[in-house]
Design a protein around this ligand. Structure first.
Ligand SMILES: *Cc1c(COP(=O)(O)O)cnc(C)c1O
Length: 349
């Protein structure tokens, strides 16, 4: 395997650049610039059962999620981040040699977990506008017998585009389990979580990492048809979601109004950032429904642009992968962070 190259940890970077953590503008991992609800730190301080193992069924969390998502708790499994559920789903459905359809450019964990678990990745690249190549997917899925899963992401990371209903319906006709990753759906609206009730081959994944600002506490969840959930529970580690994560997620769901205001601020800022980036002749941003914007870099080296910003403590994402080498991805920050970013970009000529 190629080693996983994680982004440099925040505190390490702060030391390396000799810039205080609070002055680093971290726009490289789609984290929430407003952080968690204030109720989270209060609930964590008041929690008294850290010495007791957590509930393997995450009963209270699933009940609260049921109200939030609008599906019965018997369809929900909580995970140590959506990342854990991606790994579990792959382990559940594939044996050595089975294949998974991946639609790059997209989130890297589908490939990582498939390969880790002895599966084969079938890459069906997206069109130039990052929409799915549904035609190729359909012809592939119909022709090879050992394809078990397809991962699709809406809004997609890294471009922020969404998958439309007609396209999802077409995928659901295939003899595959369709995993729809909705990690950014709060910034877009239009979740298909309740489609799981009508489709025995659909799984929808969600997370608290982006909209609720809990990336560091690792809480995600999935909405599953009953037949899949019953098997998934057999292979899940019993204490996968810890007490702190559960407490924080529950506190977040009790403070939806506040968190949704933050989401609205980010959406508004996304539109400002998009138009501001458009004004640079070396950048061509793509319209996004998530909390980040992908931009093509024209007439400049994208990796160098990223490095130049990093020197000033502004972190953005560059992907050294085919189809993305001349692109950068910028997470939407606060209005002040956007202003500093734009100011710095305007000094780069
Ligand atoms: C960030 C992200 C995740 C990870 O979610 P966690 O709950 O933090 O593990 C999943 N899918 C996509 C597409 C993401 O960008």
């Amino acid at each position: 395997m190629a080693p996983y190259t994680p982004i440099v940890p925040f505190d390490v970077l702060s030391q390396r650049l000799n810039i205080a953590p609070e002055n680093i503008i971290k726009l490289d991992a789609n984290e929430n610039p407003y952080g968690p609800s204030p109720r989270v730190s209060q609930a964590l301080a008041e929690e008294t059962y850290y010495h007791i193992y957590p509930d393997p069924d995450s009963t209270l969390l699933r009940d609260a999620l049921s109200a939030y998502v609008g599906v019965d708790p018997t369809h929900i499994v909580a995970g140590h981040g959506a990342d854990e559920l991606i790994d579990l789903i792959i382990r559940l459905f594939i044996v050595q040699g089975d294949a998974v359809i991946n639609c790059p450019p997209t989130f890297g964990m589908y490939r990582f977990d498939t390969e880790l678990n002895g599966g084969k990745i079938i890459d069906i690249a997206r069109h130039e506008d990052f929409s799915l190549d549904t035609e190729s997917i359909v012809s592939f899925a119909g022709n090879a017998g050992n394809i078990k899963l397809i991962f699709v992401t809406s809004p997609n990371n890294p471009d922020g585009g969404t998958l439309d209903d007609a396209c999802l319906r077409q995928l659901l006709q295939l003899p595959l389990i369709v995993v729809l990753d909705e990690a950014y759906i709060e910034f877009a609206g239009g979740s298909r979580a309740n489609w799981v009730l009508a489709h025995e081959n659909l799984i929808v994944l969600r997370t608290f990492s982006k909209w609720a600002g809990l990336a560091g506490l690792r809480v995600g969840y999935g909405i599953f048809p009953h037949w899949i959930r019953s098997h998934l529970l057999k292979i899940k580690q019993p204490y996968n979601v810890n007490v702190a994560g559960t407490t924080a997620a529950l506190a977040s769901l009790s403070d939806l109004h506040q968190l949704q205001l933050n989401v609205q601020k980010i959406v508004k800022e996304r539109e400002r950032l998009y138009h501001a980036l458009e004004a640079f002749d070396f950048l061509q941003p793509y319209p996004s429904k998530a909390n980040f914007i992908l931009a093509r870099v024209i007439g400049k080296d994208a990796a160098e642009l990223k490095a130049a910003l990093a020197k000033d403590g502004i972190l953005i994402r560059y992907f050294d992968t085919s189809g993305l080498r001349d692109h950068i991805r910028i997470s939407v920050g606060t209005p002040t962070q956007t202003s500093v970013l734009l100011e710095t970009l305007s000094t780069i000529e």
